[in-house]
Design a protein around this ligand. Structure first.
Ligand SMILES: NC(=O)c1ccc[n+]([C@@H]2O[C@H](COP(=O)([O-])OP(=O)(O)OC[C@H]3O[C@@H](n4cnc5c(N)ncnc54)[C@H](O)[C@@H]3O)[C@@H](O)[C@H]2O)c1
Length: 328
């Protein structure tokens, strides 16, 4: 099976690419390297450096390859930035999906996996959040994923392009071999920020809000290991062979508090990791955790990295060896 992985040089995409290669897929990565890294792409995958805004280049890639499926990771991903630069996010995350879908429809590609987001659930009624929860995007970034999901429903209707949308909160960890991992600049995710303290790259980590209605007063969030995500994407791709589009939420089901993450990182790194308690941030909900029961039931997927220490150990393994990311 030959697949196109957009954003395959990025954090999650590069782990998925490696797993696809290991499972004998023929992989073409299309990435503009705006936040991705050439070195992150498995040598057995073909990297094409190109932008999804570039319609002729994209059409050329589709004409030259007979793709059986698409896994779409290429996106701008910062929630806060999307509220400051709404139009560039709308352009970069929606026009690109339109270009990709048009190419898929013209070249008869019938399977599409969207790396969506749990930022679609801004005011959840129930925790953990399941697929019946109403979709209320929490930001312009979330809105772009919401629109992408809606467009995919139309593509199924018009062209029988079957899709699977995977919604999740915080991807984390790194490949257990430590050769690929998270390298975002700027970094906004908690685990790499905590590990930057252990590496001496930042003085302390802030805990925003210590009076939430949670066991230790700090926010609880869902962390899902990037290898578990990679497996979910491949299972979803294979499941589309039955000709049914679907959506799944992916999560740990329970989540961890900010304090628990910092404590686990202290144990793993043996560094004191000073923490500074700070006021709540506007808009932060006390608990955000997704329910994976549906994908477990239908595809047999379960998170294998279900211990926080093990997750952080893989991230630490990567960051310690690559303190400056792929430039190290
Ligand atoms: N990281 C998370 O915690 C998380 C959580 C939920 C969903 N997601 C989704 O997963 C996907 C991947 O996230 P990530 O953390 O790996 O991000 P990332 O920034 O590491 O990877 C995105 C990749 O897309 C490429 N790209 C961006 N715009 C492009 C364009 N116009 N044309 C070609 N390539 C382009 C970048 O160079 C980069 O390699 C995104 O769609 C994101 O919305 C991520």
């Amino acid at each position: 099976m030959r697949v196109l992985v957009t954003g395959g040089a990025g954090y999650i995409g590069s782990h998925v690419v490696q797993m696809l290669v290991e499972n004998n897929y023929d992989v073409v990565v299309y990435d503009n390297l705006s936040s991705g890294h050439r070195q992150a792409v498995h040598p057995d995958a073909k990297l094409i450096v190109g932008d999804l805004h570039d319609i002729p280049a994209l059409q050329h890639v589709f004409s030259a390859n007979n793709f059986d499926g698409i896994l779409h990771f290429a996106s701008r991903i910062l929630v806060g930035e999307s509220m400051q630069q709404p139009f560039s996010y709308l352009r970069d995350n929606i026009y690109t999906v339109i270009n990709l879908l048009e190419a898929a429809s013209m070249h008869n590609v019938k399977r599409f996996i969207l790396s969506s987001t749990a930022n679609l659930f801004d005011q959840p009624h129930r925790i953990p959040i399941d697929e019946d929860e109403p979709l209320i995007p929490g930001s312009i970034y979330g809105e772009t994923k919401f629109i992408a999901e809606r467009l995919l429903a139309w593509m199924d209707n018009l062209y029988e392009i079957k899709c699977c949308c995977l919604r999740y909160f915080n991807a984390c960890g790194a490949h257990p071999h430590g050769h690929i991992g998270e390298a975002h600049d700027p970094e906004s995710h908690l685990i790499p920020l905590v590990l930057q303290v252990a590496l001496g790259q930042r003085d302390a980590i802030h805990i925003y809000g210590t009076d939430y209605d949670t066991p230790d007063g700090a926010c609880i969030r869902d962390y899902i290991h990037v290898q578990d995500l990679a497996r979910a994407h491949i299972l979803a791709l294979e499941a589309l062979e039955d000709g049914c589009s679907r959506v799944y939420n992916l999560g740990s089901g329970s989540g961890y508090s900010v304090r628990e993450v910092i404590d686990a990182a202290r144990r793993v790194t043996r560094h004191p990791i000073p923490a500074i308690e700070a006021p709540r941030r506007a808009g932060d909900l006390p608990i955000l955790v997704a329910d994976s029961a549906k994908i477990t039931r239908e595809l047999g997927w379960e998170a294998r990295f279900n211990s926080l220490e093990r997750i952080i150990q893989t991230a630490w393994n990567w960051h310690r060896r690559h303190p400056h990311g792929y430039q190290s």
